[in-house]
Design a protein around this ligand. Structure first.
Ligand code: HQG
Length: 177
């Protein structure tokens, strides 16, 4: 991820106040306001550069609205925003990539969302592996999402295909042997 893309993630998910912008309650901010604010930071970019970052983001982290006049992060916020995602039925199995030192706690408390709005789950083992590798040697957990859904757990899917839920209790998690 480029330096500016990281900075954009930071201001659009966690701290818009850093550059003096305010997000709407659904996470959007006017592109003009964002570019003007970034111009006063170490990360001055123009509209074309912003469009390239949005287009090339490996995980499609950002989206423009239908008119192209607003931008937001697709997921990953710690700020309270309402992204307006509708509940969806998940596939039977989803995956979560973590590392060995968290496994005991996950066995006891399940997957918890920590600073984020939701626990993040992947449809592919490959993407769960990439998530885990940010921290160390991957341990891939298999989540019985179909059973969770049948038991009434609510799932959302973000615009970039990440499955989101509030908490995964340990009885729905298979740990590798
Ligand atoms: C672990 C990045 C102890 C969990 C990625 C993870 C992803 C527990 C860490 C997205 C636990 C939280 C999300 C428990 C969970 N005890 N540890 N009970 N429950 N954990 O970063 O899923 O680049 O908040 O396994 O690529 O790693 O930001 O979540 O290791 O898509 O777009 O606590 O963030 O995307 O870490 O990553 P995170 P995550 P972006």
């Amino acid at each position: 991820m480029s330096r500016v893309s990281k900075f954009l993630s930071y201001v659009l998910r966690h701290n818009p106040g850093q550059i003096g912008i305010i997000l709407e309650r659904d996470g959007w901010v006017a592109v003009d306001a964002l570019l003007a604010a970034m111009a006063t930071s170490d990360h001055a970019i123009d509209r074309g550069e912003l469009e390239a970052i949005v287009r090339d983001s490996d995980k499609q982290r950002f989206a423009f609205d239908a008119t192209g006049s607003k931008i937001r992060a697709n997921q990953g916020h710690s700020l309270k925003v309402d992204l307006g995602y509708e509940p969806h039925q998940p596939p039977d199995r989803l995956y979560h990539g973590t590392i060995a030192k968290f496994v005991d706690r996950i066995c006891t408390s399940g997957l918890v969302k920590g600073a984020r709005h939701h626990v993040h789950l992947s449809t592919e083992i490959g993407s769960a592996t990439v998530v885990a590798e940010r921290r160390g040697a991957p341990v891939i957990l298999t989540i019985a999402a179909g059973r969770m859904f049948a038991a009434g757990h609510v799932f959302f899917v973000s615009a970039n295909g990440v499955w989101l839920t509030d908490h995964v209790p340990p009885e729905y998690i298979s740990f590798p042997k």
